[in-house]
Write a new protein. Structure first.
Length: 95
């Protein structure tokens, strides 16, 4: 069960009631609640403010040490493979 689903259950809130509080569609809340959709940053912040739960706790990132080649322009050996690339973790980057 997601943190959002737990919060709605604990506070006896329907998806529609909560959606109105965060100015979003009920179906989107339903999808987010069961993990079938991820909210935009704006909506994630609204949900966090309304629930009092941090964005990080509500929507944890996958634990991955390296991004896939599809996430880095040019793949692992392309132009993104430089010391200034955000696709490389600090311990891999070279000066």
């Amino acid at each position: 069960m997601t943190k959002l689903a737990e919060h709605l259950n604990e506070h006896s809130l329907s998806d529609a009631e909560f959606a109105a509080k965060v100015d979003c569609d009920r179906s989107m809340i339903s999808k987010i609640k069961v993990g079938k959709a991820k909210p935009s940053l704006d909506l994630a912040l609204k949900i966090s403010r309304e629930t009092g739960i941090s964005v990080e706790a509500l929507f944890p990132l996958e634990d991955r040490s390296e991004p896939s080649p599809a996430e880095c322009p040019g793949g692992a050996s392309g132009p993104a493979n430089s010391s200034s690339s955000p696709c490389l973790s600090p311990e891999v980057a070279t000066p």
